[in-house]
Design a protein around this ligand. Structure first.
Ligand code: LLP
Length: 427
């Protein structure tokens, strides 16, 4: 169920009119629904329970990069979530939000020594290692600290995720993970390094996947490898299938989380019974978009209407610096009037004030609007605020979380002075 709906002619977040949020906090503002985030997380957690898993045998590690606001992380941590991080910065965010370090996994191709030390000092659960060089570095950092780092190799199963090339990550040509063919010898190296303990295997084949077939194909590859490793005495205790499930932006109809997890667990159970006397293996997930994507909108106000002979432009106060996805991936986001008007719609391109032709949020949308109207850019909860920038010295948008009929400011709008506070003029 969508938590953004029209009630008495006014678009609301849960039970709160978006217009009231604009009045109180201004625009542009990201607005998130607490209930939507919770439900989306619970759809994973409940599917794990329904397939016989406990908190010990399945863990959802929310992908922090999709939306890293402390309030979002705190909410998810209270619901029992773990976290998938890709930087020391994300680690500190999760800890500041009360996240449990023992439920943190660290992904990413370029971890620095400092980041490794920080993560080891907090006792995170596991490093998802992406290269041989990284294994050596991690082993030496851990040995220097007198500890052992738990590692999982991110294996590239070479399956086509059938998604946008910029967000597909499981093909040989991508920079991520180690090649499937090389994995065995790299695991041998890992097992022999003094600062490491091999605990897992992982993959992440891409994002905004609508079908689970590529994910299940990737699972088959990982299962095959786990058995090869077991025959060599390298025992894998957890299998991390990554994130990637898509959401409805327009009418994509992605596979339901419960269906995907039922198929995935059925495959794992059949394999464990056939080959491992039914001994369980812990399963990890790294979802981002499917938890927060449809739980947020970007609220913006129309500054000017600029009709033209070729195109009509609705110039709003949000821009590509606030929501990069359209400019970067030609991504489609729904646009809804916050107070829909009666009348004949006109076709508008919704664009921002930034000095780039690529600064658009939506193209060719039939809208019945006037200057000063509020618009909601839909499905903006994932990779919206986290990918925003200060281009054109524009302060980042405010962020608000709605709980029922109550709004909470969870990040203040940035002021211009804050944007140049770290800069200095030379003598
Ligand atoms: N795990 C790893 C290792 C990842 O690289 C990602 C996303 C995830 C998990 C979470 O994937 P999700 O469940 O959200 O699909 N900026 C792009 C998406 C980039 C995704 C990067 N990796 C966008 O706006 O569409």
């Amino acid at each position: 169920m969508s938590h953004f709906s029209c009630q008495n002619g006014a678009l609301c977040a849960e039970n709160l009119p978006l217009a009231a949020i604009a009045d109180q906090f201004g625009t542009p503002t990201y607005v998130y629904s607490k209930a939507a985030i919770s439900e989306n997380y619970l759809s994973y957690a409940l599917a794990c329970r329904q397939n016989g898993r406990t908190a010990e045998t399945a863990l959802v590690c929310y992908s922090v990069k999709s939306n890293s606001n402390l309030a979002v992380l705190h909410l998810l941590s209270q619901l029992g979530s773990g976290f998938d991080i890709v930087s020391g910065g994300e680690l500190l965010r999760v800890l500041a939000a009360g996240g449990d370090p023992r439920k943190i996994i660290f992904s990413g191709v370029g971890k620095t020594r400092d980041e490794m030390r920080l993560a080891l000092s907090h006792g995170i659960a596991c490093f998802n290692v992406e290269s041989v060089s990284e294994l050596h570095r991690l082993s030496s950092v851990a040995s220097d600290m007198g500890v052992k780092a738990s590692v999982s190799l991110r294996v590239n199963p070479n399956v086509d995720a059938k998604t946008h090339p910029y967000i597909s990550t499981g093909l040989k040509e991508n920079k991520f993970g180690v090649a499937f063919e090389d994995a065995l010898s790299i695991y041998r190296t890992a097992a022999a390094l003094p600062g490491l303990t091999v605990t897992g295997i992982d993959c992440h084949i891409g994002s905004q996947l609508l079908d689970d077939a590529p994910l299940l194909e990737a699972l088959d590859k990982l299962i095959e490898l786990i058995d090869v490793l077991a025959a060599e005495g390298i025992i894998i205790h957890h299998l991390d299938i990554g994130g990637g499930l898509g959401i409805d932006y327009e009418s994509e109809a992605p596979v339901a989380v419960s269906d995907y997890l039922a198929r995935l667990f059925a495959k794992i159970d059949a394999w464990r019974v056939a080959k491992h006397q039914g001994a369980p293996i812990k399963v990890l997930f790294e979802p981002g978009r499917s938890i927060v994507g449809n739980a947020g909108v970007l609220l913006t106000r129309i500054e000017y209407l600029k009709p033209g002979s070729e195109k009509n432009f609705a110039i709003v106060d949000a821009a590509m610096n606030d929501l990069m996805r359209p400019a970067m991936y030609q991504a489609w986001h729904g646009v809804q009037a916050v107070a829909p008007r009666a009348g004949t719609p006109t076709v508008w391109d919704v664009v921002g004030p930034v000095c780039e032709s690529g600064d658009w949020l939506a193209r060719a949308r039939a809208l019945c609007v006037e200057e000063g109207d509020l618009l909601a850019i839909m499905s903006a909860g994932a990779y919206g605020m986290t990918m925003s920038s200060n281009y054109n010295t524009r302060g980042r948008a405010a962020e608000v979380m709605v709980d029922g009929d109550t709004s909470h400011l969870i990040r203040q709008r940035e002021t211009p002075e804050q944007l140049f506070a770290l800069e200095k003029i030379i003598p």
